[in-house]
Ligand binder design. Structure first.
Ligand code: AMP
Length: 441
C-alpha cells in the first residue's frame, strides 16, 4: 500500500514523499482513511508507530482548501502530555503542511514566555499544539477561543491522565464545539482512558495496533544485576565507555538523581547532561539540540522529560533505576532503535528491584537476558523466588559487554542496597524526592 491510496491531497502526499517515507505504517493505513471519512477514532498505538503522521495528515487534509479567518480560533487542536512532544508534533505539522504556505501553527507549552504566546495568538492560527496546563491558562484568560475547533486530537491520552490532566482536559474539551471530530491516541484504551474516550467521542471507530514483534526486535533488551549503588555506578561507567556506544539515554527515577548522576559522569570525563522537569524550557531545548548535534554523549533523564525524544544516534538506553511503572519501560527503550536502526536497552537491577523487573517482563511478554561484565559480576545471593526457567543463565554475546560466566544466577532476595556515590537509596528517594511530574504544561 502507498500513501496515494489513503485519500490524501496531492500536496500532502508530496510532503510525505519529501520526508522519504514511501509505505504507510499500520496505524497510518488504518487511521488516515477513517479520519478523512470523518469518524471519531480511538487508536491504541505506541510511540514509534508513526502515529504523529496518522493524525497530522488527515487533519491537514481538512484544512487544505481554506485558511482560518483572521478573528477565528484554531481549527485543529492537538493536546500532548509533554512540552517536548508538543514541539515535535508542531514540527511534524510544519513538515507535512509545507505546501500550505499560509499555514500558521502555535505551540503553547509551559516554561515558555506566556506573553510571546499571546502575541502569536493575535495572528490567524490554524493549528495549535499544546500541553493542557498552559492551554487552560490561555483559555481562562480569554487569550484563545476554541469555538472554531474542527478536529481535536488527544495524543498519548493515557499519559496525560497519568500526569493528572483529566480535569484540565475536560475543561478544554468543554470549550470546543460538540460537533468536532475527535481523534484519541493512547497506549491503552482500557480503564480511565476508555471512560474518558466515551465522554469525548461519538460512535468512534476503534483501531488497535499491535506492536509488531519484529519492530520491537530491533531493540536488544538486557538485564544486569548489581549488588548496590556503587556497583551500579561502576557498571554504568563500563557500559558508557564501551566502543560500540554512540549516544545513550540513562534513566533515573528522580530529578535529583538525574542531576547527581549527570554531574558525577561529567567529573569522570563523560559528555553528560541532565534533562528533567525542573529545568527551564530553554535549557531543556538547548540540551536536546546538543543531543541531536551529537555534542552530548550521555543524557541522564527522567521519564516525563525524555518522552518523545527522537534522535537517531541513541544506540543505548540504560535504566539506571528500573521504571516504577512497566509501561514506562516501553517508552524508555523506544528512545533507541530509532529510524530503523538497532538499539540496546540495558536495565540495571539492584537486589530490591527484581519485582519491578518481573512486572516489566509480564507487561512486555519479553524476557530480559541477563548479562554480566567480566570482573564485575554481582556477588552470588540466595534466590528468594523462582525466576522462570532458563532466564537466569542465558547470556548474550552481542555487543561485547557480556560473556558467559557461570554462577550469575538470580540476585533477588534480601540484601542491602546501600547509598553510595551520593545516590539516594530507593527508600530515601520515595520519601525525599518527587517523581518527575512537573514538565507538564
Ligand atoms: P511517531 O510514532 O509518530 O513518534 O513516529 C516514529 C518515527 O517514525 C518518527 O521518526 C517518524 O518520522 C517515522 N515515520 C513516520 N511515518 C513513517 C513511515 N510511513 N515510514 C517510515 N518512518 C515513518
Amino acid at each position: 500500500m502507498t500513501f496515494q491510496s489513503l485519500g490524501l491531497a496531492d500536496e500532502l502526499i508530496k510532503a510525505v514523499e519529501q520526508t522519504g517515507y514511501t509505505i504507510p505504517t499500520p496505524v497510518q493505513r488504518q487511521a488516515i482513511p477513517a479520519a478523512i471519512a470523518g469518524s471519531d477514532l480511538l487508536v491504541s498505538s505506541h510511540t514509534g508507530s508513526g502515529k504523529t503522521a496518522a493524525f497530522t495528515l488527515p487533519s491537514l487534509n481538512k484544512l487544505i482548501d481554506r485558511r482560518s479567518a483572521p478573528s477565528a480560533g484554531p481549527r485543529v487542536l492537538v493536546l500532548t502530555p509533554t512540552r517536548e512532544l508538543a514541539q515535535q508534533v508542531e514540527k511534524a505539522v510544519q513538515t507535512y503542511g509545507k505546501a500550505l504556505r499560509w499555514l500558521n501553527t502555535v505551540c503553547l507549552v509551559g516554561g515558555a514566555p506566556f506573553f510571546a504566546q499571546v502575541k502569536q495568538l493575535q495572528r490567524p492560527v490554524d493549528v495549535v499544539v499544546a500541553t493542557p496546563g498552559r492551554l487552560l491558562d490561555h483559555l481562562n484568560r480569554r487569550k484563545i477561543k476554541l469555538s472554531d475547533v474542527e478536529v481535536l486530537i488527544l495524543d498519548e491520552a493515557d499519559r496525560m491522565l497519568d500526569m493528572g490532566f483529566a480535569e484540565d482536559i475536560d475543561a478544554i474539551v468543554a470549550a470546543t464545539p460538540a460537533q468536532r471530530q475527535t481523534l484519541l491516541f493512547s497506549a491503552t484504551l482500557d480503564g480511565v482512558v476508555g471512560r474518558m474516550a466515551e465522554r469525548m467521542t461519538r460512535n468512534p471507530q476503534r483501531i488497535e495496533i499491535e506492536v509488531a514483534k519484529e519492530d520491537r526486535g530491533q531493540i536488544e533488551q538486557r538485564l544486569m544485576f548489581a549488588d548496590d549503588m556503587g556497583h551500579k555506578s561502576r557498571l554504568l561507567e563500563a557500559l558508557l565507555g564501551h566502543e560500540g556506544l554512540q549516544q545513550a539515554v540513562v534513566f533515573t527515577a528522580t530529578k535529583r538523581s538525574a542531576d547527581e548522576l549527570s554531574l558525577s559522569l561529567q567529573e569522570k570525563g563523560f559528555s553528560a547532561a541532565a534533562l528533567h522537569g525542573d529545568m527551564h524550557q530553554t535549557q531543556r531545548n538547548r540540551t536536546l539540540d546538543r543531543l541531536r548535534q551529537g555534542r552530548i554523549g550521555v543524557l541522564v533523564a527522567t521519564d516525563v522529560a525524555a518522552r518523545g525524544i527522537d534522535v537517531a544516534g541513541i544506540s543505548h538506553v540504560i535504566n539506571f533505576d528500573p521504571p516504577r511503572q512497566a509501561e514506562d519501560y516501553v517508552h524508555r527503550i523506544g528512545r533507541t532503535g530509532r529510524a530503523g536502526r538497532d538499539g540496546i536497552a540495558i536495565t540495571l537491577s539492584g537486589p530490591r528491584e527484581t519485582g519491578l523487573i518481573r512486572a516489566i517482563e509480564r507487561f512486555t511478554g519479553d524476557r530480559l537476558e541477563v548479562h554480566t561484565i567480566p570482573g564485575m559480576e554481582p556477588s552470588p545471593r540466595k534466590p528468594s523466588g523462582p525466576r522462570p526457567a532458563g532466564n537466569g543463565r542465558r547470556f548474550g554475546n552481542g555487543g561485547g559487554y557480556g560473556r558467559p560466566s557461570g554462577g550469575n544466577g538470580d540476585h533477588r532476595g534480601a540484601g542491602g542496597y546501600a547509598s553510595r556515590d551520593g545516590h539516594p537509596t530507593s527508600r530515601e528517594r520515595s520519601h525525599g524526592d518527587r517523581r518527575d511530574r512537573t514538565s507538564r504544561g
